[in-house]
Design a protein around this ligand. Structure first.
Ligand SMILES: C[S@@+](CC[C@H](N)C(=O)[O-])C[C@H]1O[C@@H](n2cnc3c(N)ncnc32)[C@H](O)[C@@H]1O
Length: 338
């Protein structure tokens, strides 16, 4: 690997904000990952890729933009090794690739192992996320014949078995955004908790969290992860949220509904659990021509049928899901009709 100096635009941020901004820039594809981030006593300097305009997407960072010389680690690129750039995602020490063809999968695996010292296993996704438990089927291409790993995110560690539970690192910023809204007296209900990445981060701020999932394997990992992260204020419930949450009335200041394709089917349940003035964090998959309105109306209609009103506090695109479809989040306050 060679090192060379190169001038980049960069964002100057206070060190206390550094990790949050670095992650947001990386997720937006704006961070020049192979340039070495600089720091002084008060600030981090985060290099931005050439040709990327971040002013529109991150207007609050505008004041900190300047030019600097950075050290750039120049490694052989995927283009040079493979002739193309494969799409893949890293969770813990496992890289997930899309390739179906086994020759191509082997070449991609070799290239990823060469370029990522922290990756030890390559698996290929054979299906999309499917079924009630939202898992994918995988084939191990290289490395240890195992789909279990530990993923680090915002100071927490999550043990997962990717073949048996749902997990994506692409919601990391979203989980932090929700946890940042939780205050110390708040009760949070995570209706579709999986292995606990929303619950555990929120529990660090909340009075307590009630974390529910129907997948018993996810619940096992959630219990392990609560211990792994020394979080004691989580009540973990295994079962269909409609059954296990039936006696939770007016309990929650925040409800997390991260079951994007079907959350609307559980609004009745959420509206029973929410406290007056509480906030539902609602996730959906929406077409680009109607990103928010349809979901907003669905929530408003369900609330209206129960004599409640809604106020949209925030709405955002979390990530692209498939061509012309997006995973979106809506934060909606629920109040009794006066
Ligand atoms: C999209 S995953 C989200 C997991 C977690 N929130 C995360 O971000 O990793 C949805 C989860 O909901 C669970 N689930 C599906 N239907 C459910 C139901 N009726 N009651 C409780 N959990 C359910 C699945 O097992 C799965 O773990």
């Amino acid at each position: 690997m060679a090192i060379r100096n190169e001038r980049f635009r960069c964002v100057r941020v206070a060190r206390s904000d550094g990790e949050r901004v670095r992650r947001a820039l990386a997720e937006a594809g704006a961070l020049q990952r192979d340039a070495v981030i600089q720091r002084d006593a008060d600030h981090l300097y985060l290099p931005i890729k050439h040709g990327i305009s971040i002013e529109e997407s991150f207007p609050d960072l505008r004041a900190g933009i300047e030019y600097r010389e950075f050290e750039r680690r120049v490694e052989p690129s995927f283009e040079e090794i493979l002739g193309f750039t494969p799409s893949y995602e890293v969770i813990g020490d496992i890289a997930i690739i899309d390739a179906e063809d086994s020759d191509e999968a082997g070449r991609i695996a070799d290239a990823i192992l060469l370029m990522h010292g922290n990756v030890s296993t390559i698996i290929a996704a054979l299906t999309d996320v499917h079924g009630e438990f939202r898992v994918r089927d995988f084939r191990v291409i290289a490395g240890k014949p195992d789909t279990e790993t530990v993923h680090k995110e915002y100071g927490c560690r999550y043990e997962v078995d990717l073949a048996r539970v749902y997990f994506t690192p692409r919601l990391a910023t979203e989980r932090k955004r929700i946890a940042d809204q939780v205050r110390e007296d708040d009760v949070v209900v995570d209706m579709f908790a999986g292995v606990g990445p929303f619950s555990i981060l929120a529990a660090k701020s909340a009075r307590y969290v009630i974390a529910i999932d129907k997948n018993p394997v996810a619940i096992e990992y959630l219990q392990k992860n609560a211990r792994l992260n020394s979080v004691n204020n989580i009540k973990i419930l295994c079962g269909d949220v409609r059954d296990v949450a039936s006696d939770l009335r007016d309990a929650a200041d925040h409800i997390i509904m991260n079951l994007p394709h079907s959350a609307h089917e559980f609004l009745d349940c959420a509206l029973t659990i929410i406290k007056p003035g509480g906030i539902i964090h609602y996730y959906d998959i929406r077409p680009e021509e109607d990103l928010f309105e349809g979901a907003q109306e669905t929530i408003a209609r369900a609330a209206d049928m129960r004599g409640m009103t809604t106020r949209l506090l925030d709405k955002r695109v979390v990530r692209s899901y498939s061509p012309h479809r997006y995973n979106v989040a809506l934060d909606v306050e629920i109040c009794p009709r006066s």
